[in-house]
Design a binder for this molecule. Structure first.
Ligand code: ADP
Ligand code: MG
Length: 618
């Protein structure tokens, strides 16, 4: 039998390698930015078109390449960063595997222009699918410009796997953050579709964080610093109250390289212990300097996973360092004057052309001054079923559309069973015909119905009520409250884009807002259900939720915003409710279109029928 094994041609081998190194436009961005850093650049420009589908270009003012190197850099395993296996153990550069450019050139049309400082002329190379199409001498600036065009032009299947532009751009932005955050001595500019979205001067970590995430981060950061024999730690952690619902803002670096390390992330989260609200994660920006012979960065093609020889010690040091910071500063803030919420006596002058809106008054014609609780019956919310008798009990009789419910009628007996026997409560004598509810564990509302027992989860029920209220509000006249002193909310450039994108929906929900420059918005009215103290947090969270819904391909803006607001504004478990509030929740829940589940698809209530109860007592 004849031999059948052959060596693969380079172009095929490169395409296979590209599968690991270049998964999406963001991977190419990462590799090009890292090469520019390794070349000692002090200014890096990133230019993206169509979320990297048509163009990814990185221009740097680094060391540039010679004629021969310019050609060689596209060969696989061609690198200037290591010479021997021994060098693998003392890596200080971002790259070293010599496969990024070869991989990128295998799956795109690449144009390279590069010139070394001492040379008069530079080199220009065009390479497509690993094939050099053109090489010439050219006039160009010192440094290197690499333009990657039509990524995956020769692998249509890969191209069609790319997600929507907003998702791909989000991934690119993330890679940009990971490089820009830690290389603070380098100036960066980032253009997307000809629009400048980030302009970062060379600075320190604190300024870099605020440059990327927005000026409101100034008040959120606490410095962390620690040095032992094994590790030097420097960075910032966010105050516990600014923790996020996702782990999206956890940036850890080792020797200036972004890494993912759940073990160390856990060390930081442990340091926060019970300071964090439930199901939230702290934001942090931490760099660790470690002897490069005590780590191995060569365990993963994209090098975000790194092995540490001293990981147990580093874990302990990291946790202690963050704990120390949180201890020091949480005490200090008790005495700090609140500069965030306080009134700004020297507000920045409004830019030219900004016309402050005339104050307006919105009146709620249903307002009843004799109702004191926050849930006002029939004032802010009215559904036909509920309006009819203003009593949720009636719902059971009225509604035929909700088959599960319609068979129940609520008992209006005035006698409340307590642990101590039957007694007549205050409400019995004052408001007849009202079913009594009790709150259990500050979380469930329990009431009786003719066929048994009704238990409502207060938080989920309220989420449902608010969600339907917000969703039905869109496009119609909404109930908003003017705020006395307009609030300025600031965002990172990317988040500000999102706020602009969802602004029409926010306005439908009751916000009145106008942009002030690129990243600041002035809020003059908010939905009636909100407090003005929570506006910035609420909008931050809405942006976060909206980004997540984009990631999950769930792209209905209105729904995403209504969900986010309902989630944030609903009464939480653990909140003690008054009798009337509980009754209102039940009443309003049963006026909802889908009362049985929360907008997140969780059960809002359970009903225990007579026979089930009997069964339990057997
Ligand atoms: P690696 O970075 O792992 O060495 P790459 O394929 O990314 O591999 O790059 C190959 C080589 O090309 C690098 O080692 C470097 O010598 C050269 N190179 C790449 N990008 C640049 C740049 N922007 N400026 C100068 N040299 C570069
Ligand atoms: Mg590289």
């Amino acid at each position: 039998m004849s031999d059948i094994i052959q060596l693969l041609p380079d172009s095929v081998a490169n395409q296979i390698a590209a599968g690991e190194v270049v998964q999406r436009p963001a991977s190419a961005v990462k590799e090009l930015l890292e090469n520019a850093i390794d070349a000692g650049a002090k200014q890096i420009k990133l230019i993206i078109k169509d979320a990297g589908r048509t163009l990814i270009q990185v221009i740097d003012d680094g060391c540039g390449m010679s004629d021969t190197d310019a050609r060689l850099c596209f060969e696989r395993h061609a690198t200037s960063k290591i010479r021997s296996a021994h060098d693998l153990f003392v890596i200080r550069t971002m790259g070293f595997r010599g496969e990024a450019l070869a991989s990128i050139a295998a799956v795109a049309q690449v144009e390279l222009k590069t010139k070394m400082r001492d040379n008069e002329l530079g080199t220009s190379i065009v390479i497509e699918g690993s094939e050099i199409k053109e090489q010439s001498v050219c006039q160009c600036n010192n440094g290197t410009s690499i333009a990657v065009k039509n990524l995956f032009f020769n692998i249509p299947a890969r191209r069609s796997f790319l997600k929507s532009n907003s998702i791909e751009l989000k991934h690119i932005e993330e890679e940009f953050f990971r490089v820009a955050l830690i290389h603070t001595d380098v100036a960066f500019s980032f253009y997307s579709n000809d629009k400048l979205i980030y302009q970062l001067e060379s600075s320190n970590l604190h300024q870099r964080i605020t440059g990327l995430f927005g000026n409101n981060y100034k008040q959120r950061l606490h410095p962390v610093e620690e040095q032992t024999e094994q590790v030097k730690i420097r960075g910032y952690v966010c105050k516990p109250e600014f923790s996020k619902k996702t782990r999206g803002e956890q940036y850890m670096f080792v020797n200036n390289r972004f890494i993912k390390n759940f073990y160390f992330n856990n060390a930081i989260e442990k340091a926060y212990a019970d300071l964090l609200p439930e199901k939230t994660y702290p934001s942090f920006f931490i760099n660790m300097e470690v002897d490069s012979s005590r780590i191995d960065v060569n365990i993963h093609p994209t090098k975000t996973e790194v092995k540490f020889l001293d990981e147990v010690i580093i874990y302990a040091v990291l946790r202690a360092a963050v704990k120390k910071t949180l201890g020091q500063y949480s005490l200090a803030t008790e005495f700090e004057f609140d500069t965030v919420e306080g009134m700004d006596l020297n507000p920045a002058p409004a830019p030219k052309g900004y016309i402050p809106p005339a104050p307006t008054i919105s009146v709620n014609p249903n307002f009843n001054p004799f109702e004191s609780t926050s849930y006002k019956r029939g004032t802010t919310y009215s559904e036909p079923a509920y309006d009819k008798g203003n009593k949720w009990e009636n719902f059971f009789e009225i509604s035929n559309e909700k088959p599960e419910m319609s068979t129940y009628t609520v008992e209006s007996n005035m006698e409340q069973e307590t642990l101590f026997g039957t007694e007549t409560t205050e409400s019995d004598t004052t408001t007849h015909n009202t079913s009594t509810t009790i709150q259990v564990l500050n979380r469930y509302i329990v009431s009786t119905i003719s066929s048994g027992l009704l238990v409502v989860d207060q938080q989920r029920a309220h989420e449902r009520i608010l969600y339907e209220r917000f969703i039905s509000r869109t496009g119609k006249e909404c109930i908003s409250q003017q705020i006395m002193f307009p609030i300025q909310c600031s965002f990172s450039a990317a988040d500000a884009e999102i706020i602009s994108e969802i602004m029409p929906e926010l306005k439908d929900m009751g916000f009145e807002m106008n942009p002030l420059g690129n990243t600041v918005f002035v809020i003059t009215a908010i939905p009636a259900e909100m407090n003005d103290g929570e506006v910035q947090n609420m909008l931050d969270e809405m942006v976060e939720d909206y980004k997540n819904s984009l990631m999950q391909k769930f792209n209905d803006k209105e729904q995403s915003i209504a969900l986010s607001m309902a989630k944030q504004l609903a009464v939480k478990k653990g909140t003690k409710l008054k009798q009337e509030e509980m009754q209102n929740i039940i009443a309003q829940l049963f006026s909802c279109k889908i009362p049985n589940t929360s907008p997140f698809g969780k059960k809002t209530m359970i009903i225990m029928k007579d026979n089930e109860l009997t069964e339990k007592f057997k």
